[in-house]
Ligand binder design. Structure first.
Ligand SMILES: [Fe+2]
Ligand SMILES: [Fe+2]
Length: 208
C-alpha cells in the first residue's frame, strides 16, 4: 500500500508540473488526468484508510480530520476552477492554491499518517488495508464532489450513484476527443462542466 501511495503521489507531482507549464488544451488535458488521479485516490483514503487510523490510534480522529479538511478544500477549489477558462488568470490563481494544498496533503500522509499507520498495525493488516484501498481507488468517483460527506457511511452511500456517473462522463469526454469511438452524430457536447448530464447522444440514449 505504501508503494502504491508513493507511486500515485509521484504521478501527482508530474501532473501538477504539467498543468503549471501547460497552456490551452495541454493544460486542460493535464488537469483532467490530475482529477482522475486525485479524486478516486482521496476518496479511497477517506473510505478505507482514515477509518482504520481512527480505530487503531488514540489521536486518529484529530489526525484524519486535518487531511479530510484538506480534501474538502481541494474539492471546493476544483469545483470553482471548472467555472474558469484554463487561460484565465483566475484559473491560474486557483490552481496554484490547489497545488499548494495537494503537496501539503502528500507531506501529511507520507511524513505522518502512513508511517503512524504502519507502526500501529501488523504487516498483514497493512497489506489487506492496501488492497481494500486500491479496490475502492479503481472504482471511486473521478470528479470533485464538495457536498459529499468525507466520512463513511455518507461518502460510501454517495459513491454508489456518483462513481458510475463520473466514469460514464469520463468515457463521453474521451469519445469526444477520439471521434472514431463514437460517430460524428454522437459527439455533441452532453455534459455541463459541473456535473449534470444534459442529454445523451442518440446512439447511447437508444434502448437496447
Ligand atoms: Fe495519498
Ligand atoms: Fe490525500
Amino acid at each position: 500500500m505504501l508503494v502504491r501511495q508513493r507511486r500515485d503521489h509521484q504521478h501527482l507531482e508530474t501532473l501538477l508540473r504539467r498543468v503549471a507549464a501547460g497552456t490551452g488544451t495541454d493544460r486542460q488535458d493535464a488537469l483532467t488526468a490530475l482529477c482522475r488521479l486525485v479524486f478516486p485516490h482521496a476518496f479511497a483514503e477517506e473510505a478505507v484508510l482514515w477509518p482504520l487510523l481512527r480505530r487503531v490510534l488514540s489521536d486518529g480522529d484529530e489526525m484524519t480530520l486535518r487531511v479530510e479538511q484538506e480534501h474538502q478544500r481541494i474539492n471546493e477549489l476544483f469545483t470553482e476552477l471548472e467555472t474558469f477558462d484554463p487561460n484565465d488568470v483566475e484559473h491560474h490563481r486557483l490552481f496554484e492554491q490547489i497545488a499548494v494544498l495537494l503537496r501539503e496533503d502528500v507531506r501529511d500522509e507520507e511524513d505522518v499518517l502512513l508511517p503512524r499507520l504502519q507502526e500501529a498495525v501488523s504487516p498483514e493488516l497493512l497489506r489487506r488495508a492496501g488492497w481494500a484501498w486500491w479496490t475502492v481507488r479503481v472504482t471511486a468517483p473521478t470528479r470533485a464532489h464538495p457536498v459529499v460527506a468525507r466520512r463513511p457511511p455518507g461518502n460510501a452511500l454517495a459513491a454508489l450513484p456518483l462513481s458510475p456517473i463520473d466514469r460514464f462522463r469520463d468515457r463521453l469526454d474521451r469519445a469526444k476527443q477520439e471521434p472514431a469511438v463514437l460517430s460524428a452524430s454522437t459527439t455533441a457536447a452532453v455534459c455541463d462542466s459541473r456535473g449534470g448530464v444534459k442529454a445523451l447522444p442518440a446512439a447511447l440514449g437508444q434502448r437496447g
